[in-house]
Structures are given as structure tokens and as C-alpha cells.
Design a protein around this ligand. Structure first.
Ligand code: ADP
Ligand code: MG
Length: 340
């Protein structure tokens, strides 16, 4: 999507609510997702992500509110008549069918003739990098390959919006990271609007054009990954995405991210304009690429500072228990919304 094009809404939610008995699962959500966007719903377990996705898919009816897809009110339209498809973490492929049959099944049900179907299945296989594996059975594939079949099976229907509920959740870390990149590439190739659910902050930051951070059935903030990380609107967002160091100085509450804090060496002069506060290193945690320093400021709060492990890291632990000075610049801090 280029900046010049006017953005068209693929999906529009207005005042959408859903209760289960006493539990408020979705507490009145307004949201616009634009055509061709990779849009992520990010939030902790129980924040209402799956319920919201099921409302969009039509598996649940909202207690209040309105859902529009491509400009059409679909609030009361049953799931099979909505131009959406859903990919779940449990991809539930048909075990007795080949990969190609699994992918083409939806088209077959719709009565798409065999030759047209086979062409589209071939294209879908290529798109998810599974060319040549169409004759295999699902149990002859790896977990990542099976998840790609599930994706192809949904994308082949060319839905207006593809809904994905933690689709990579069952994969191990390395495969998940590879699939994050691939999934994003596939989304860009097919140009379908994705609404993607995850509780994984890094996944959301890596993949999304924009994201909504959810808590308690509500949206705390909507924005690009950079906006949400660099300028969190609430303390919840600041704490949920990345480590948040919250300080109160002169009546102002603000956050400074660990990677923006400089640990001054002994005798080192801070750059002009930096705020400097003394403290003591309470803990040193080696995390591979980086080392985390938990510093107790003399004024009381604990801050986390992070340093990249550029050199051998054998000396990081010598900081344990030592006095340090932390320094940061005002433009690397952000004031928290005090309205909430
Ligand atoms: P998430 O996907 O973010 O983990 P869910 O949408 O699954 O959150 O759940 C939101 C809230 O609604 C939770 O408190 C959950 O326990 C509750 N909930 C979800 N589905 C049901 C259901 N079918 N019956 C009763 N409560 C439910
Ligand atoms: Mg869920």
C-alpha cells in the first residue's frame, strides 16, 4: 500500500461487545482495518482476542455493535456467507487426503471444476513454498509445512479478510521466527487483509503494519509497531511490550526503555542535556545477544538497563553490587497518559 492511495476500510467494528454470562469478553470495541493491511491483535491470555476474531468470523454473535466487511453490514450474516476465512493453531487437516486435496477441498465443495481447481492448488502450493509436495499426506510433513498447508487452504478462497488465531503458537522458536518472515511475505504477495492474533510481543512487532494492544476486552492502543513501542499510550502497553522503566519525577510519570539508558563508566562525563542518576547494580543477567543490568536508583526505583554484548562478555558480572550512574536524554523518555 503506498501512502498516496486513499485507504479503504476492509473491516469496521463499531461498539462491538460480547459477554459470556458475567464475563465481559469484548467490552465495546471500535476498530478499522484497512485493505491489504497486516493487522495484529496483541494481548495477554484472556484479553478477548479469540472472541473478537470469532465475532468477525461470525462464529459468535455480538451482544451489541456492528461489523462491516468491505462496506457491507455483516453483523447478522452467518459465517459461511461472510467473505472471511480462519486459520487456527490447530490446523485440523484431513489425514486421509493428500496435501493438494486438502488445499483444494473448499473449491471442490463450491463446485469449481477440476482443471481450474488444480491450477489454483498448484499456485497455492507455490505460494506457501510446497511445490512438489501436493501428493503427500499431512503426516508426511513437518509441523511448519502442515501449518503452511492450512494457510494455503484458507488463502486459496481469496477471502476479503483472512483471520489467523495464533497460527504459529505450536511451533518451536526457530521455526516460528522463520514462519513469521514467510507469512508476512506471503501476505504481501497475495495482498489479502490479515487480522492476526498473538500474545507474543516480538511476533506482533515483527509482522504487523499496525497493531491493536488489548487488555480486558478493550483496545488500549492502536498504531504501527514503532509507535506502540516508542510511544505507548498507557502503562499497561509500556509494560506489556518490552520492559518498562517507570519513573516519577517532579510530578511527571514517564518511561525510559532499557536500551536507551547509558551506564556511565567511572569518571565518564555525560553528554550535554543528559539526566544522570546514581544507583547500584543489583543483578546482572546474561541473555546471549545482550546483558541486562538491574539497577536500584538511590531514589528508590529499580531500572533495567541493557547493553549489547559487542565484545566477550566475561566481565559483565564484575558490575554486580557496584555503584553506577545511569544517564538518558529527555527525548528518549515518554510521558505516560495520565488520563487512565
Ligand atoms: P484470548 O484469546 O485473548 O486469550 P478469549 O477471547 O479466549 O481471550 O477470552 C476472553 C474472556 O472470555 C476470558 O475471560 C475467557 O475466559 C472468556 N471466554 C471465552 N470464551 C468463553 C466461553 N465460550 N464461555 C465463557 N467464557 C468464555
Ligand atoms: Mg485466544
Amino acid at each position: 500500500m503506498t501512502e498516496a492511495e486513499p485507504k479503504k476500510a476492509a473491516l469496521k467494528l463499531q461498539g462491538v461487545r460480547k459477554n459470556y454470562g458475567q464475563v465481559v469478553a469484548v467490552a465495546g470495541i471500535d476498530l478499522v482495518v484497512y485493505e491489504g493491511e497486516f493487522f495484529t491483535l496483541l494481548g495477554p491470555s484472556g484479553s478477548g482476542k479469540t472472541t473478537l476474531l470469532r465475532l468477525i468470523a461470525g462464529f459468535e454473535r455480538p451482544d451489541a455493535g456492528r461489523i462491516e466487511l468491505g462496506g457491507r453490514d455483516i453483523t447478522s450474516v452467518p459465517p459461511h456467507l461472510r467473505d472471511t476465512n480462519t486459520v487456527f493453531q490447530d490446523y485440523a487437516l484431513f489425514p486421509h487426503m493428500s496435501v493438494a486435496e486438502n488445499i483444494g477441498y473448499g473449491l471442490k465443495v463450491k463446485g469449481v471444476p477440476r482443471s481450474a481447481r488444480e491450477k489454483r492448488v498448484e499456485r497455492a502450493l507455490a505460494m506457501v513454498r510446497l511445490t512438489g509436495l501436493g501428493n503427500r499426506r499431512p503426516n508426511q510433513l513437518s509441523g511448519g509445512q502442515r501449518q503452511r498447508v492450512a494457510l494455503a487452504r484458507a488463502v486459496i478462497n481469496e477471502p476479503e479478510v483472512l483471520l489467523l488465531d495464533e497460527p504459529l503458537g505450536a511451533l518451536d522458536l526457530k521455526l516460528r521466527q522463520e514462519m513469521q518472515i514467510e507469512l508476512k511475505q506471503i501476505q504481501q504477495e497475495v495482498g489479502i487483509t490479515f487480522v492476526y492474533v498473538t500474545h507474543d510481543q516480538e511476533e506482533a512487532l515483527t509482522m504487523s503494519d499496525r497493531m491493536a494492544v488489548m487488555a480486558n476486552g478493550q483496545i488500549e492502543q492502536v498504531g504501527s509497531p514503532v509507535e506502540v513501542y516508542e510511544r505507548p499510550a498507557t502503562e499497561f502497553v509500556a509494560g506489556f511490550i518490552g520492559i518498562s522503566n517507570v519513573l516519577l519525577r517532579d510530578g511527571v510519570r514517564f518511561v525510559v526503555r532499557p536500551e536507551k539508558i547509558r551506564m556511565l563508566a567511572e569518571g565518564e562525563e555525560p553528554a550535554a542535556g543528559m539526566t544522570v542518576e546514581p544507583g547500584q547494580v543489583e543483578d546482572v543477567v546474561y541473555v546471549g545477544m545482550t546483558t541486562r543490568y538491574m539497577v536500584r536508583l538511590d531514589r528508590g526505583e529499580q531500572l533495567v538497563a541493557v547493553r549489547q554484548n559487542m565484545d566477550a562478555v566475561g566481565d559483565a558480572h564484575k558490575f554486580q553490587g557496584r555503584p553506577v550512574r545511569l544517564a538518558w536524554t529527555a527525548d528518549h523518555t515518554f510521558v505516560l497518559d495520565k488520563g487512565r
